[in-house]
Write a protein that binds this ligand. Structure first.
Ligand SMILES: *[C@@H]1O[C@H](CO)[C@@H](O)[C@H](O)[C@H]1NC(C)=O
Ligand SMILES: *[C@@H]1O[C@H](CO)[C@@H](O)[C@H](O)[C@H]1NC(C)=O
Ligand SMILES: *[C@@H]1O[C@H](CO)[C@@H](O)[C@H](O)[C@H]1NC(C)=O
Length: 467
């Protein structure tokens, strides 16, 4: 291991912070003892293409450098990524996001019939091969301390008529994921589900996924993809008040896993103000705006030319940056107390679908949970934040090229200060990382942290902040 030098820099971005693994307490996410609100955007450069061409969102360092710069300037602390390919190496990009103080909520599914559930006939797609890919995502990404959570599924039920067929699979997949986590002693990254905002079942599905039963199939959190707030509207008129009232009764943390209606253009993102306000912040832990990259569906903030890597900032980026720059996150703890119901109490009351249907269980999957999957576990590495060699260009909304973009480092790791504490044990996997952070300064402004990484020698060394 190299000599110890603590690299310290102050963050400019307001919400970025040490990427200490978050934990859930009551209905909130916490970093150490401080409540965490997701201020995010969806991030899937290249769009939802099949990931068999040797690239995915975290495999191309040049692209990640450009986007981490843009995301940090946007003022976010979280991205949601919809699909990755674990045959690729993600250490450099994930380290770059970690260095910039950005968390990732990751969907464990991927496009293609082998890697996702067929919502009309889920029994045809739920098998050991399908779960093997999910387990490999967990093995590879759990060691990164900035992985905030895993989505077991996204909009598996998207209309009332497929809720019956799909709901038992949501619990089955979450059960398998949780059992895998325990069997292989992975970091207990929270496992949740991202639902479509379908009025007929959004609350009932929340009840269904929140309850604890014999199957360990519950969600740790519930994301909702909601496009109700369109144009110039209000908390009451948009439907957000109704949604908040419904989700208040769902006994787990909630957040917007997608938001940002584009039916009225240009978007003004007025809902961002509502989401973090007292009207909603006891129920929702923030949200994720859909989405960073421009695609045919026209939700993008930035238009990237896939050939050259050149990026154009779109007007919505500027609007969202201004909105996020004025949002004030709640101070103190606003997470409501929750108490998880028992499934046996909840299921008889669910009207939207047959909640009492059996949860599928497949022997090959049970075996796979025991034997495990082979994949390279991720780890944070030294990463160069210097952008001077970049080949891409970024132009602003007026067409001017941005000069000397720089990324601000918020976190360091694998730096071993003199007298560092040993906090770990030897029984963990070789690349399992943990992080400790010590906050300096107040509010959400100048945060400086040190992190600890587990070296390949298997010794966890706690990084202590020296300033
Ligand atoms: C990952 O890439 C490999 C090699 O191209 C491919 O065989 C595999 O199907 C891809 N996995 C996913 C999840 O797309
Ligand atoms: C869902 O299953 C229940 C119980 O079997 C049934 O009564 C209901 O009609 C089904 N709903 C749909 C939309 O198929
Ligand atoms: C790790 O293993 C080494 C060698 O077996 C031992 O000396 C050390 O005390 C162990 N450390 C911890 C934290 O268990």
């Amino acid at each position: 291991m190299r000599a110890s030098v603590l690299f310290l820099a102050a963050a400019l971005a307001r919400f970025t912070q040490a990427v200490t693994p978050l934990v859930i307490k009551d209905a909130g996410f916490f970093s150490n003892d401080e409540q965490f609100f997701l201020v995010g955007v969806g991030y899937q450069p290249g769009g939802p293409v099949e990931l068999d061409q040797g690239v995915d969102p975290f495999s191309n360092l040049e692209g990640c450098q450009r986007d981490v710069y843009l995301l940090q300037q946007l003022g976010i602390n979280t991205i949601r990524t919809y699909a990755v390919n674990t045959t690729l190496n993600h250490d450099a990009c994930m380290s770059l996001f970690a260095a910039a103080g950005i968390y990732v909520v990751l969907d464990v599914n991927a496009p293609g019939w082998r890697y996702s559930v067929n919502r009309e006939e889920p029994w045809t797609s739920y098998h050991a091969g399908y779960m093997a890919n999910i387990f490999s995502v967990m093995e590879q990404f759990s060691p990164y301390p900035n992985v905030l959570g895993f989505f077991s599924g996204n909009e598996l039920a998207n209309e009332p008529k497929n809720a019956n067929a799909t709901a038992p699979y949501m619990r089955a997949i979450q059960r398998d994921m949780r059992q895998y986590q325990q069997a292989h002693k992975l970091r207990e990254v929270p496992i949740g589900y991202s639902t479509a905002d379908v009025v007929e079942f959004r609350q009932d599905l929340g009840f269904y996924l929140s309850c604890t039963g014999d199957d360990e199939g519950h969600s740790d959190f519930y994301g909702i993809n909601s496009y109700e707030w369109c144009g110039d509207t209000t908390f009451e008129k948009s439907g957000y008040k109704t949604l908040t009232d419904l989700m208040k009764d769902v006994q787990m943390p909630n957040f917007f896993s997608e938001y940002g209606c584009n039916e009225v253009l240009p978007r003004t993102f007025g809902d961002a103000n509502a989401i973090y306000s007292a009207d909603m912040n006891t129920v929702f832990s923030g949200g994720i705006v859909y989405e960073f990259n421009q695609e045919a569906n026209n939700y993008g903030l930035v238009d990237v030319d896939p050939k050259t890597g050149d990026a154009k900032i779109l007007p919505d980026y500027v609007t969202l940056r201004d909105v996020y720059s004025k949002v004030s996150l709640p101070t103190g703890n606003t997470a409501r107390k929750i108490s998880r119901p028992k499934c046996s109490d909840v299921f008889p009351k669910i009207k939207a679908f047959d909640a009492r249907a059996a949860i599928p269980q497949i022997d090959d999957i049970t075996k796979l949970i025991k034997t495990g999957v082979k994949v390279t576990a991720g780890q944070l590495i030294d990463v160069d934040l210097d952008l001077t060699g970049h080949k891409w260009t970024i132009t602003d909304v007026s067409g001017n090229q941005i000069q000397n973009p720089t990324i601000t480092r918020v976190n360091t790791w694998n730096q071993v200060p003199q007298g560092a504490q040993t906090t770990g044990s030897n029984d963990s996997k070789e690349s399992k990382n943990a992080a400790v952070g010590t906050k300096v300064g107040g509010g959400h402004t100048a945060l400086v942290f040190a992190m600890a990484g587990l070296t390949t020698l298997g010794m966890l060394v706690g990084g202590l902040l020296v300033i």
